[in-house]
Design a protein around this ligand. Structure first.
Ligand code: PRX
Length: 657
């Protein structure tokens, strides 16, 4: 089944996995959808491509509040791109004040559930009041336009309040996921010259209390620029407070005025930076701006999630990641959506916690990550069958490719066979979703993120920068600017140029490989660095993994290349299994299975069983570490984003035995 004709010299990637199943939207779904057919999609797509100035000017004028109208829509000079220049707006205003002015102040903005089971609902009017009060608190601590505020907090409403208070007064937030170490916080704080730290006394995770403030204290010893630290009382645990530097959130809020008009900000004012791990190990502060980002988050939310005011929308990400920024806070809230927010682990107190939440809160739209879905598959269907999930009407995934068999499970077990799935491809850098099905229009194929959204012009090229034909993999680039795109790497313009703009000048290099099939559907094939080259055939990690995962005993796996004398590289697969024991017989069976699914070319040389795979804190498999282990090298490079170090030790130890 592999495409033996692909020319190994051009750097094209063989396409070896064929997924033929097609899931059209139901007539019922399409009838009520915001975008109801492919011809509606095509009309929008063509309008955005043919006349981007008019397309985006109309949207910006209709959907955003402008303190000062913009003069120009988009200007590009290589990597320097400006959207809506001359205009002034405010993200916090667009997310809060606009809804109150429209008479929707009583609508629930956040329905929050803490891990121990405590609950709070904040209407848009209440959220607005809290944000204004906290913005005044920030001002009192001398925070203003352009100051960087570092946020290291649990998933409580106060995290969203802190973000919206920053953008209200033009302060730049840098949210750091509350699982990072003191060292990682200090690195990020120093790189950004953060002036203020916000944290909490603790965080609930799987029934335990994690002492966040102690981690922050260690970080602040090394964070030269931080002057003050605000501490939210969440876990009621004792925590040390440093005189003059540390302040309790509730004490500062007590008596703060709920009157704080939003500051008019230039369209291109930096709204936030968000650190993401780079290939060199030094984290990159991805810089986003104001108007373009806000419009992109708002429109993509409407298009992809087919959002209606009565929806209860739940994105299970953490605000420490871009998904939380764009699809918990700025996208949904710019639309006035009701967002469910959950603080804790998916398996506390039991593995059915998510389904219990969906049932009780009648969640209609669920957006989660393949890593979570694979865990649910492993934990067993009995946890799902206990609950009535009939409120769900739409499912989404983000963060990694979803293997077709996992997609089918999600569709059947969670969606009851009748919820469209939107597999959304995007990046921290893109600010919002770039490719995704539109659930009322697009027939989906399991494992494909289908088509680009209006405004996105992708191009796939080989190493000689020639666009590739159908079913030939190559480097995915974006040829035209879009409003939500990153504007830089904080403090490192050279790295920004080199990493994203120098490979294919004038085009944004995503760092992913992809192919287009005969129907014009896009398939992400993994990171460019992860391609495995076996005897001159370039194979994508996700295709090998998808073939493995289609075996009933494979829960999840990661394929990497290791050096091989004859073939250049051999395939090594790390496999976590379910419902059976590891054995040589299973190993042989899995090899046969891959041979049947893909062909002899993709049969792994090594199959290593492991209880768990090393993942980043956002759930992505760290293939770089596995490559080292497969090659018999010491795992080198930056491991600060690794979630569970014991996994690495276990895999290496297995290796030696
Ligand atoms: O490799 C792609 C993968 O995740 C990368 C972006 O990671 P990050 O910046 O952490 O943002 C994650 C949330 C948007 C991409 O370059 N990725 C993300 N979504 C998908 C995906 N790979 C395949 N399919 C997806 N839907």
């Amino acid at each position: 089944m592999s495409d033996q004709n692909a020319d190994p010299n051009t750097g094209q990637i063989d396409n070896v996995l064929h997924e033929e199943r097609l899931f059209p939207p139901s007539a019922d779904f399409s009838q009520q959808a915001n975008i109801a057919s492919m011809s509606d999609y095509q009309t929008l797509y063509d309008a955005a491509k043919n006349d981007p100035d008019k397309f985006w000017a109309d949207i910006a004028n209709q959907e955003m509040h402008w303190f000062k109208p913009f003069d120009r829509v988009v200007e590009q000079n290589g990597k320097d791109v400006h959207w809506f220049a001359g205009g002034q707006t405010n993200m916090s205003f667009n997310c809060l004040d606009a809804h109150i002015a429209a008479g929707n102040g009583d609508r629930a903005a956040i329905i929050w559930e803490g891990e121990p089971g405590d609950q709070r609902t904040l209407s848009y009017a209440q959220l607005h009041a809290e944000v204004c009060k906290f913005a005044n608190v920030l001002k009192k601590l001398d925070i203003g336009v352009g100051d960087v505020v570092s946020i290291y907090m649990p998933m409580t409403p106060e995290l969203a309040i802190a973000m919206l208070a920053c953008t209200r007064i033009g302060a730049i937030h840098s949210v750091i996921f509350a699982g990072f170490s003191a060292e990682a916080i200090a690195d990020r704080n120093n790189d950004a010259s953060a002036k203020l730290q916000i944290t909490s006394d603790g965080l609930f995770r799987r029934g335990k209390t994690l002492p966040l403030k102690e981690t922050v204290d260690a970080a602040l010893e090394k964070s030269r620029s931080v002057e003050n630290c605000i501490v939210l009382k969440r876990a009621q645990n004792d925590c040390p407070m440093t005189d003059r530097r540390d302040h309790w959130w509730h004490e500062l809020m007590d008596g703060a005025s709920p009157d704080c008009p939003a500051t008019p900000l230039d369209s291109e004012a930096t709204s936030f930076i968000l650190y993401t791990s780079g290939s060199t190990g030094k984290p990159k502060g991805i810089r986003h701006t104001t108007a373009g980002y806000n419009i992109w988050a708002k429109k993509t939310f409407q298009w992809v999630f087919d959002w209606k005011p009565e929806d209860v929308y739940w994105c299970t990400a953490d605000c420490g990641w871009i998904t939380g920024h764009s699809y918990i806070v700025y996208g949904p809230m710019a639309n006035g959506a009701t967002c469910l927010m959950y603080e804790g682990a998916p398996n506390h107190p039991a593995p059915d916690r998510f389904w219990d939440i969906v049932e009780r809160h009648k969640v209609t739209i669920l957006y989660t990550a393949p890593t979570a879905i694979r865990a649910f598959v492993k934990w067993g269907d009995q946890h799902i069958e206990k609950h009535d999930l009939s409120s769900l009407r739409l499912l989404g995934t983000v963060g990694e490719g979803i293997n077709p068999e996992t997609w089918i499970w999600y569709h059947e077990k969670i969606g009851g066979g009748n919820c469209p799935i939107v597999d959304t491809w995007w990046q921290t850098e893109t600010g919002g979703i770039m490719m995704s099905p539109l659930p009322g229009a697009t027939s989906t194929k399991p494992g494909s993120c289908t088509k680009p959204l209006p405004g996105v012009v992708p191009v796939i090229v080989d190493e000689s920068l020639t666009p590739v034909g159908p079913n030939q993999g190559g480097m995915l680039c974006i040829a035209k600017p879009w409003p939500g795109m990153l504007r830089g790497i904080w403090g490192d313009d050279q790295r920004f140029t080199e990493q994203y703009w120098s490979t294919y000048p004038g085009n944004y290099l995503t760092g992913d490989n992809a192919r287009i099939d005969n129907d014009g559907y896009y398939w992400i094939m993994g990171r460019i660095d992860d391609v495995i080259n076996v005897s001159g055939h370039r194979l994508s990690t996700i295709e090998v993994e998808s073939a493995m995962v289609s075996h009933p005993n494979v829960a999840e796996c990661a394929a990497v290349g290791r050096p091989h004398e004859l073939k250049g590289q051999a395939i090594a697969v790390f496999v976590s299994i379910k419902d059976t024991e590891a054995s040589d017989q299973l190993r042989d069976e899995l090899k046969l299975h891959v041979r049947k699914e893909i062909g002899a070319l993709a049969v792994p040389d090594d199959i290593r069983f492991t209880e768990a795979l090393p993942k980043t804190r956002s759930g992505k498999i760290m293939r770089r570490l596995l490559r080292d282990i497969a090659a018999g090298r010491e795992a080198a490079g930056d491991v600060s984003t690794l979630e569970d170090f014991s996994v690495l030790a276990k895999i290496s130890a297995d290796d030696e035995s």
